[in-house]
Design a protein around this ligand. Structure first.
Ligand code: FAD
Length: 403
């Protein structure tokens, strides 16, 4: 079939694998290149203890979880609507792996892990005719009128290939040992494509804990609290670590914290109890405030340690000021944890460089998808959903544009 487009997909993470599946199903011939010796390294890491595939909630709040500079809300809505969380669940079932919705709304495969999903997925891609070339690292790309010449570094030396369209799905910059090392930035820079520098997202933060605090709090959680950064407030959990704080609540506040000149978390340790109720519960206490508060307010060990050790707060001499602290306990943060540890990254190709089909404006017939593009979202399955939806969009458009 002389007119069949031959598409190269670069990067075998979830975005690239799904772009390959979408393109091949539209009739394209697809070759999938991957720098590492195997596919889906980060996908496997993500699904080691629980692969949170997507989130079960209506489209409008779902869309509100995504952000980024010059974020194209209408295009994103169209992409997610084209491949939404129900579609992702159906797709997973079609691989022979059913999913379930946890009480939190998070969606997981029944097997919980990514490995069985990936195995079935690769088998399907092979059956569909996708050619997989592992250990092929893209190092150069030259566009001519109707083909793109790609140069790869392989164990045997350089390898060149010509394709009618190319889908770049080389990931963001977190966990670089999985292959997402963002080395592709220099390649795109050579073509004049602008990007935002990568930084850690969905990550812990460093805190300078006061002396004595960690002895009582390290490794322990803060549950059922409200956490805010500026005007943004979330419910969730935090975990005290030797270097600072981790947990869903601080991950979700990452973008807000990064925008603050002096990042500061404010915790309401008893969100269901008012200040007045706390004061009443403490009754006629005249001394030993923390001990009494721990008993009567049911404070966990970390809460008690915060009240006892955080600098410039105590000593506590009345119930009202202690209740004020419990309702608005401030923790100054130093810096985000290194990107090597982060679940995801913010940064990547600017939206202004991309058309509505996810094609690069400066490189006709070259598309981008997944975490390479500048968008971010909290944990909860939103990251994988974004990768699948953009992979589907790029794969479908690449296949039909060149057909
Ligand atoms: C610890 C952890 C837990 C996570 N848990 C979840 C979760 O439960 N739910 C969720 O939604 N998300 C989760 N994520 C995030 C999710 O894994 C990512 O959003 C997703 O993998 C990004 O997909 P991608 O295809 O864009 O990029 P990647 O998965 O990073 O894949 C990019 C691929 O491109 C390859 N590549 C890079 N450069 C080149 C090159 N020059 N040539 C050829 N190939 C190249 C890389 O080797 C890699 O295989 C988690 C991430 C981590 C680190």
């Amino acid at each position: 079939m002389p007119n069949t487009p031959h598409i190269a997909v670069i990067g075998a993470g979830p975005a690239g694998l799904f772009a390959a599946e979408s393109a091949v199903k539209k009739g394209a011939k697809v070759t999938l290149y991957e720098a590492k010796s195997g596919a889906g390294r980060k996908f496997l890491v993500a699904g080691k203890s629980g692969l949170n595939l997507t989130f079960n909630e209506p489209l409008m709040p779902f869309l509100g979880r995504y952000s980024g500079q010059n974020f194209p809300k209408a295009l994103w809505r169209d992409m997610i609507a084209r491949f939404d969380s129900d579609a992702l669940r159906e797709w997973c079932s079609s691989l022979g792996v059913d999913t379930f919705v946890a009480p939190s709304g998070k969606v997981f495969p029944q097997c919980m892990r990514a490995a069985p999903v990936l195995r079935a997925w690769l088998k399907r891609l092979k059956a569909l005719g996708v050619e997989f070339r592992p250990s092929h690292k893209l190092i150069d790309l030259v566009n001519s009128l109707d083909t793109t010449t790609l140069t790869f570094e392989t164990k045997e030396g350089q390898f060149h290939a010509k394709h009618s369209a190319t889908i770049l799905a080389m990931g963001g910059a977190s966990w670089p040992k999985t292959g997402s090392d963002a080395n592709w930035l220099s390649l795109l820079e050579r073509h004049g494509i602008r990007y935002y520098d990568f930084g850690a997202a969905n990550c812990g933060w460093n805190v300078s804990w006061p002396e004595g605090f960690l002895e009582h709090a390290e490794g322990l959680p803060l549950k059922n609290i409200t956490v805010s950064a500026g005007t943004l407030e979330v419910q969730g959990e935090l975990m005290v670590t030797s270097y600072g704080l981790e947990g869903s609540a601080i991950y979700r506040l990452g973008a807000a914290l990064r925008s603050m000149p002096s990042p500061l978390l404010t915790l309401d340790l008893k969100p269901k109890t008012t200040h007045a109720q706390l004061v009443t519960k403490l009754g006629k206490t005249r001394s030993g405030f923390i001990r009494e508060a721990r008993r009567r307010w049911k404070l966990c060990p970390v809460m008690a340690a915060l009240l006892k050790f955080m600098p410039d707060r105590g000593p506590w001499r009345d119930a009202s000021s202690l209740a004020t602290e419990v309702k608005a306990c401030q923790i100054p943060l130093l810096s985000p944890r290194p990107i090597e540890e982060a679940i995801s990254s913010h940064g990547g190709v600017c939206w202004s460089e991309i058309t509505e089909t996810l094609m690069l404006k400066h490189l006709p017939r070259v598309y981008v998808c997944g975490e390479m593009i500048h968008w971010e979202a909290p944990t909860g399955g939103y990251l994988l959903q974004g990768c699948f939806a953009t992979g589907h969009w790029a794969g479908s458009h690449a296949a039909t544009h060149t057909a």
